[in-house]
Design a protein around this ligand. Structure first.
Ligand SMILES: [Zn+2]
Length: 248
């Protein structure tokens, strides 16, 4: 590293030192934790508020929220303070996550124009520290703040993560009940189509549990309807949406 730095980034030379400790450096300096935080959807603010950061194909949205109950007495003041604090956390998260393109911030609604302007000024100040080119536009007619940040490298999430194979990146999966109904419709279709003595359902534990409990009656009705037995088999390795219907 010293050789590399000497050749390409001489200003970093003085900052490189050999570490001979036992504990991994990432652990020692809490880097592992910091990475987890920079990938999380929710970022907590100091006084109970929090941000929800969603990265989609087209843009990133950041929703600012007050945490829990806000007293009516200092309602406006609490909201103002939460929005102000959020400006600095947002600027830092944009850098940490290396988010580029269009960023839409939904601050908590403020009535006072003075407060709105102060929040915008604070955000501009926080963004000024960014070495990447950032443009800040004021509140849109819908009360959102639009930021554009030059795309440089890939975002942290794109470098370190891949779409979830269970939900294909949707962030949601069908409920066990939905899957139960899907299976029953499939069996009705197959019962018409194929000559068979019976069926066996292979599905995840939550789906099989549902067939044994809440949906046991509808399963019994289905057995009556097709006039053939249906057996159940738990497949612990199946995801909730995954199932197979075996002809017996
Ligand atoms: Zn998922």
């Amino acid at each position: 590293m010293a050789e590399f730095a000497a050749q390409y980034v001489s200003q970093a030379m003085s900052r490189i030192e050999r570490y001979s400790g036992e504990r991994p450096l990432f652990e020692l300096h809490g880097i592992e934790e910091e990475i987890d935080r920079a990938l999380a959807r929710r970022v907590n603010l100091k006084f109970g508020g929090y941000l929800i950061i969603d990265q989609t194909e087209a843009m990133t949205t950041i929703d600012v929220n007050t945490g829990g109950f806000v007293g009516t007495r200092n309602f406006d003041e609490t909201i103002f303070k939460t929005n102000l604090e959020a400006t600095h956390v947002i600027a830092r998260q944009l850098r940490l996550r290396n988010l580029g393109g269009i960023i839409i911030v939904d601050f908590i609604d403020m009535d006072s124009d003075e407060h709105k302007q102060a929040v915008l000024n604070e955000l501009a100040k926080a963004l000024a520290r960014d070495r990447t080119r950032v443009t800040l536009n004021g509140f849109t007619s819908l009360g959102l703040v639009e930021i554009t940040r030059k795309r440089t490298r890939e975002s942290l999430a794109h470098v370190l993560c891949e779409p979830c194979p269970t939900c294909q990146g949707r962030g949601e999966i069908k409920t066990a009940q939905t899957v139960c109904y899907e299976i029953q419709r499939e069996i009705v279709r197959e019962a018409r189509q194929f000559e068979t003595r019976g069926f066996r359902i292979l599905a995840s534990p939550p789906v099989i549990d549902m067939f044994l409990d809440e949906e046991s009656q509808s399963l019994a009705m289905l057995v009556d309807f097709i006039g053939k037995p249906i057996s159940l088999q738990v497949e612990t390795a199946y995801s909730q949406e995954q199932f197979d219907i075996v002809l017996l």
